[in-house]
Design a protein around this ligand. Structure first.
Ligand code: PEP
Length: 252
């Protein structure tokens, strides 16, 4: 399966800086056998697209959406609007949205379903807190998050979906999850997918890891069985560093 690396800018870079980031990243030498995407704030998507020109790398992703088609939902952006714009992917359920915006599993399931229905690849973020891991509840918690989030998804479609396992305690902390522990979680997540879609189909769904991935540790994740890519925050804010990270993701 082709690996996927996504840069998550979070709430960084308005249109001016977004355009500059894309132009700088376009100058980077990139590995051919890795899919690369960048998750951009809504208002910066047009500038990112303009700076991309005819180039298709990196693919553009949004960071969130709303599940309804249209109507009285002030401040929200629907999956159909993102489709009209031409966004290829969209993150949903990032732990920062779960924590700061009160997003629930049910909301995340509806967002993911709406995205897939509008031909946008949902990237569903799941993850355990430090307390849950300490109590030994992490597997149960993450498996439940995944089962809830995929409730409305299909696997027999041209629009796949991606699961991003991001332990909350590893995000932005400089304390990444040990690759073997991440692998164990990915195996558990694939088990949840297999239960709903069958083992063969579950093998085709990408499960990526996120949480303090950087230029030094990316290769270890990318070469660990069952880890199909990475979601990268801090280490992707500098376009040259993200280029370096993408190159470091494949064995020399
Ligand atoms: C993220 O924002 O999803 C993330 C993984 O951040 P960081 O790489 O900074 O830990």
């Amino acid at each position: 399966m082709k690996k996927l690396i996504i840069s998550n800018w979070k709430m960084n870079y308005g249109p001016i800086k977004a355009g500059a980031w894309i132009r700088a990243f376009r100058r980077e030498r990139l590995p051919k056998d890795v899919d690369i995407a960048v998750a951009v704030p809504f208002v910066s998507l047009p500038a990112a697209r303009a700076s991309l020109g005819r180039a298709s790398i990196p693919a553009l992703s949004a960071q969130d959406c709303f599940w309804a088609e249209e109507g009285a939902y002030t401040g929200e952006i629907s999956a159909s609007m993102l489709h009209e714009f031409g966004t290829e992917m969209c993150l949903v359920g990032h732990s920062e949205r779960r924590a700061f915006c009160g997003e629930t599993d049910d909301m995340i399931a509806k967002k993911a379903g709406s995205l897939q229905a509008h031909n946008i690849v949902p990237v569903i973020c799941v993850g355990d807190t430090a307390v849950q891991r300490k109590k030994g509840e992490h597997m149960k918690v993450v498996k439940a998050q995944v089962a809830a989030a995929i409730a409305m998804l299909k696997a027999d479609t041209k629009i796949p979906f991606v699961i991003a396992y991001e332990p909350v305690w590893a995000i932005g902390s400089g304390k990444p999850c040990v690759p073997q522990d991440a692998r164990d979680m990915h195996v558990a997540i694939r088990g949840v997918l297999a239960k709903k879609f069958g083992a063969t189909t579950s093998e085709k769904i990408r499960i990526i890891y996120g949480g303090s991935v950087d230029t030094r540790n990316i290769l270890e994740y990318m070469t660990t069985m069952g880890i199909d890519g990475a979601l990268v925050g801090g280490a992707s804010l500098d376009p040259r560093n993200f280029g370096l990270l993408c190159r470091a993701a494949v064995p020399a």
